[in-house]
Design a protein around this ligand. Structure first.
Ligand code: NIG
Ligand code: FE
Length: 415
């Protein structure tokens, strides 16, 4: 359902099992959740439901497992066109970097995004968002970065906000002006960074379109020095930062991000121990993106053992974008994080809930079910939460409660 007039979730959800904080060891069978005025007012074992809540209307969950709504903490959901031809070029032997350096890649999506108006961008992004929501996503990050001019970046961010309103889903916007060098700035990267820091960011932050600031620190993106200028500009506006770091090479981006207290550093295939240590110290979340790893046929694994050893929180996201990860399935990313990165089931469950919420700077609102929070949860037709990571290509989501409203899909909650 596209609008906010979906039915209220108020009442007692019973005949369910509960994974309130993504830790399977603390899963609760025969549980119940009570919702009033769109907020969770009680959760626990059904037999302990307080007398005072027994009069509330009942929602029969039909034996479903209930988890926190999933959080997709890294997406580029709003853009024009698609890049299937580039995929074909890569299959014929060209590398992602070669295509980018030849004027394709990100810059080709920039052309298509600049050419589209807001209504077109909304119409193209809507089905992608719907697919994510159908799999239990209740909070999502959406980056700009395919406009690369003030007007076109504004257009992307405005559409991201409009999607949040239209679908009753939490959208966190990230300004990624420093994603690639627009063609009109060829050979003048420092001048473009100046525009990003001193014109684009002040205007867009002033319009309340920016929740966080990101950059692409890479040989085909921007240098650590240029990235740092972007981070300093973000700080002047009181905005948290994130970074596309160590995807194709190691430029020390993750450590730089950690020095700026980044919410997250993302990709990280080439992350080294110094970067891991810096992230651990700063509390920066490692956002791993198995879709991009898979689609680029990367073979350089992110350093899972080190991330675990240093206790860095690990999130998983779709990185939905037309160039390196044209997927709209966060469940598939969970499975791929297990098969490709050898992550465990508890790790990927935390990776799309508590840790993903933290990567958004929203750990106090998303990723965990708790009394007082807005009711954002998903009902699953599975026998155990591990099934969410085990299956691939299906969707066992029976219903989603977003912002206190019920959205039913598939065959609903009947088993
Ligand atoms: O997250 N790494 C840079 N940015 C995107 C890809 C963008 C594109 O190719 O269009 C990513 O993978
Ligand atoms: Fe990305």
């Amino acid at each position: 359902m596209k609008t906010n007039d979906a039915p209220s979730a108020d009442g007692v959800w019973h005949h369910c099992h509960l994974l309130a904080d993504a830790d399977p060891a603390r899963a609760m069978r025969d549980a119940a959740i009570a919702v009033e005025h769109g907020r969770i007012v009680w959760l626990g074992e059904a037999s302990a439901l307080p007398e005072s809540l027994r009069h509330l209307p009942r929602h029969d969950a039909a034996g479903a497992w209930i988890t926190p709504g999933l959080v997709d903490c890294h997406t580029h959901l709003v853009y024009g066109g698609q890049r299937a031809d580039e995929f074909a070029m890569r299959l014929a032997g060209a590398s992602y970097e070669e295509i980018a350096r030849a004027g394709g890649g990100i810059v080709s999506t920039v052309r298509a995004t600049r050419d589209a108006d807001e209504a077109t961008l909304f119409a193209q992004a809507a089905p992608r968002l719907e697919a994510l929501l159908a799999e239990g996503v209740t909070a999502i990050e959406i980056k700009s970065g395919y406009g690369l001019s003030l007007d076109a970046e504004r257009k992307q961010l405005r559409v991201a906000r409009q999607l949040g309103e239209a679908y009753g889903v939490t959208v966190h916007t990230t300004f990624l002006g420093a994603h690639a060098l627009p063609p009109e700035y060829a050979g003048r990267a420092d001048d473009y960074i100046e525009l990003v820091c001193n014109t684009m960011l002040p205007a867009l932050a002033g319009e309340k379109l920016v929740d966080a600031v990101d950059a692409f620190c890479e040989g085909i993106g921007f240098s650590p020095a240029q990235t740092e200028r972007v981070f300093e500009a973000a700080a002047r506006h009181g905005l948290p930062v994130k970074l596309h770091a160590e995807q194709l090479s190691n430029l020390g981006g993750a450590a730089l991000a950690a020095r700026h207290r980044a919410l997250s550093a993302d990709h990280l295939e080439h992350l080294d121990e110094a970067g891991v240590a810096a992230m651990a110290q700063a509390g920066t979340v490692a956002v791993l993106l198995p879709g991009a790893y898979y689609f680029l046929r990367d073979t350089h694994l992110p350093p899972l053992a080190l991330l675990r050893q240093y206790g860095v929180p690990i999130a998983i996201a779709t990185d939905h974008n037309p160039g390196t990860s044209p997927t709209t399935s966060l469940l598939l990313m969970m499975n791929m994080a297990c098969t490709l990165f050898r992550m465990t089931v508890p790790e990927v469950l935390a990776g799309v809930t508590v840790h993903a919420a933290r990567a958004l700077g929203a750990a106090d609102r998303h990723g965990r079910l708790a009394v007082g929070r807005v009711a954002d949860f998903a009902l699953w037709r599975v026998d155990s939460p591990a099934e969410l990571a085990y299956r691939f290509g299906g969707n066992p989501c029976a219903a989603v409660v977003r912002q206190g409203r019920v959205h039913v899909q598939g065959k609903g909650i009947q088993r």
